[in-house]
Design a protein around this ligand. Sequence first.
Ligand code: CA
Length: 236
Amino acid sequence: MRILLVEDEKILADTVRRGLVNEGFVVDVTHDGVSGLSAATEHAYDVILLDLMLPLKNGYDVLRELRQRRIWTPVLMLTAKDGEYDQTDAFDLGADDYLTKPFSFLVLVARIRALMRRGAPERPVVLTLGTLTLDPVNHRVRRGETPISLTAREYGLLQYLMRRHDQIVSKADILDNVWDSAFEGGDNVVEVYIGYLRRKIDVPFGVQTLATVRGVGYLLSADRVAKPVAAPQPRA
Ligand code: CA
């Protein structure tokens, strides 16, 4: 079982490498993102341990480029506490697991073995809801085969709603998660953006998937066909 460790803290890298070798793994180590990416591209590994903050290319960019090259080797991200990024970002980009430093070596080994058991099927990280798809790797949204162009905020809102599909989410939840904490406007902005989104993901396709639950919030569900407009009554 072969592991690639991409970690710029040399003492940590060496400690982890020696521990893993003792556990019977074959371990290659690189100390920056660029050489990590080329090692991961050129050789077949069972698991990649990827530090987040790396010289030359950070762990997120390495992971994104790997997935764009359709290399699905399981990746365990090593993140520092209170980092700039969080777990959600790591999973969005196709990480399979993450550990926050400092971590226990026993936990690390257990996680590696779990990833190896799971293996690396070619799994798209695309979110799907009915005919609506959102690919977090390249930020593409489609309804069926039709690409939908969204602004960054609309995209963030849709991603949030897709992760919570078939649940009612309140304006406050949306505001907390899609707008940054410095935002001082009122929650009416949510309603405005829900409207923008509806005009892009629903209206042109004759479906109603993004519903307003009056006084409670919003609900995104799989395709519901919009009620057909009543046929005009024949004149008497
Ligand atoms: Ca680092």
